[in-house]
Write a protein that binds this ligand. Structure first.
Ligand code: AMP
Ligand code: MN
Ligand code: MN
Length: 321
């Protein structure tokens, strides 16, 4: 019955804004553009779309990505009929998008993070889904909305990237069923694979090689981490998109049980990107005001990098990992 409400709100809303999360990944962008395509196809309505920070180059081929505005380009005094958040675990991950979210007549929150506290008027949160893209595809099917090839390509990128190419434990029968249906619509998996995974910049590869080369290992190599300083980013002219996939590379080491990257932020705080093989790291990140999934989570600590790393290591080392 919530599905029909979703349909009704979209039908009755004249101006709609879709928000993605800061440091956008394939899921938040694929879900945002996929929803844009679906609303355009089924209701002939053009939504506004906003990104909070730079879109990584590997996603610049996504259908309708050129329509996405930076949040600074959107008038904050606007009152949208409807604001839809996709893949935004907590509202502060929408940065200044929160101003528009709070003012909107209606809000919808579509997500798959188990730490999402259902902060929208209408909430579609399925922690069993691989990705927000998969949640959206389920909604579209439930409502018998037409899913065109542009939309299918966006949703496929969302599912592909959030499952690490169907490798992570969030990959379920439903994930393959969804992917199969998207391929039936016309998605070309090898074409998307090349665009997403064989399009890394030289800067990203060289920067990540450097970050890995200075990794530290603790607890019989069960803990692997690296610290990324502002000066490292400057030295390589690396942007935030160069962080993508770095923590996974440390987790890929056979001995690693928990891996993290601690990044010194421009503002002075420290951003953590954490991955694990067995431990619930969302629980650890929640202690510091962050969240995410059991094996992939993050948080930002308002402390200099050395202090923040000590705080996080203390929590990790107090656990059986
Ligand atoms: P990342 O390491 O940035 O790729 O994030 C891993 C997962 O944790 C993603 O699903 C993020 O949405 C989530 N996450 C990262 N940082 C936060 C945060 N501060 N609050 C809530 N969720 C987060
Ligand atoms: Mn995401
Ligand atoms: Mn996601």
């Amino acid at each position: 019955m919530e599905y029909s409400k979703f349909n009704d709100i979209i039908k009755s809303s004249k101006n709609i804004l879709i928000l993605s999360h800061v440091n956008p990944d394939g899921d938040t962008l694929g879900s945002m553009c996929g929803l844009y395509c679906a609303i355009l196809e089924n209701f002939k309505k053009k939504c506004d779309m906003a990104a909070m920070s730079k879109i990584p180059d590997i996603y610049m081929h996504m259908p309708n990505i050129d329509k996405v505005k930076h949040i600074d380009e959107i008038d904050k005094s606007r009152e949208y009929d409807l604001v839809i958040n996709v893949d935004i675990a907590a509202i502060d991950r929408a940065c200044d998008g929160k101003i528009l979210f709070d003012k909107a007549k209606s809000t919808i929150n579509i997500d798959h993070h188990k730490t999402n506290n259902a902060y929208g008027n209408l909430n579609f949160i399925n922690p069993d889904a691989s990705s927000t893209g998969e949640v959206l595809f389920g909604i579209f099917n439930e409502l018998n909305w037409k899913v065109n090839l542009d939309c299918a390509n966006c949703l496929y990128i969302a599912i592909l990237t959030d499952t690490g190419s169907f490798r992570f434990d969030n990959t379920k029968p439903k994930t393959f069923e969804s992917a199969a249906k998207l391929v039936e619509i016309g998605v070309n998996p090898s074409d998307i694979y090349k665009k997403v995974y064989e399009s890394d910049s030289k800067t990203l590869v060289m920067f990540q090689a450097y970050c890995i080369s200075k990794a530290k290992f603790l607890n019989n190599d069960k803990i692997a981490y690296t610290v990324v300083y502002k000066k490292d980013m400057e030295k390589f002219s690396a942007g935030d998109e160069c962080m993508e996939g770095l923590t996974e590379k440390l987790r890929a080491i056979v001995s690693t049980r928990i891996a993290f990257v601690a990044k010194e932020m421009k503002s002075g705080g420290t951003k953590f990107s954490m991955r694990s093989k067995f431990t619930d790291v969302a629980q650890i990140c929640e202690l510091f005001g962050g969240g995410g999934h059991k094996f992939a989570a993050g948080c930002t600590i308002k402390a200099p990098v050395e202090d923040a790393v000590k705080m996080v290591l203390k929590e990790i080392e107090s656990r059986e990992i």
